[in-house]
Design a protein around this ligand. Structure first.
Ligand SMILES: [Cu+2]
Length: 131
């Protein structure tokens, strides 16, 4: 009688611990997902013949989207063709490119080459690999 009551209490405690462990694991997984998704996109606006921000620093794997806020067309081209050039962007048109390789990417507007900007791509978080 005493022995079975103790066993029932132990089983109850074990089930409770397992449930608590499952909840903690689920919370840790959702937090990790949220961190990754928050880091995968970044924006540059083109306004008054200026890229804003002029220098944007992102993690590898980030998709950068340029949006033309001027009422004349602009186009994105990388120095040395380091990434694919955009078509001419009319007002409110956008162009996106995903940067996967760390480095410093200088670009300009191929319709107004005095407009310049830089995307700095850093190694993704958690990568401690040495080159
Ligand atoms: Cu332009």
């Amino acid at each position: 009688m005493m022995r079975s009551a103790v066993s029932a209490a132990l089983i109850g405690a074990a089930v409770g611990a397992a449930l608590a462990g499952g909840v903690l694991l689920a919370q840790a997984q959702s937090a990790k997902t949220a961190t990754v998704s928050a880091a995968v996109s970044a924006a540059v606006s083109i306004d008054n013949f200026t890229f804003n921000p002029p220098t944007l620093t992102v993690k590898a794997g980030t998709t950068v989207t340029w949006t033309n806020k001027d009422d004349i067309p602009h186009g994105i081209a990388a120095t040395g063709n380091a990434f694919s050039r955009s078509p001419a962007l009319d007002t409110d048109n956008a162009y996106s490119f995903t940067f996967t390789t760390p480095g410093s990417y200088q670009y300009f507007c191929y319709l107004h080459p005095h407009m310049t900007g830089t995307i700095v791509v850093e190694a993704a978080t958690g990568s401690n690999a040495t080159p």
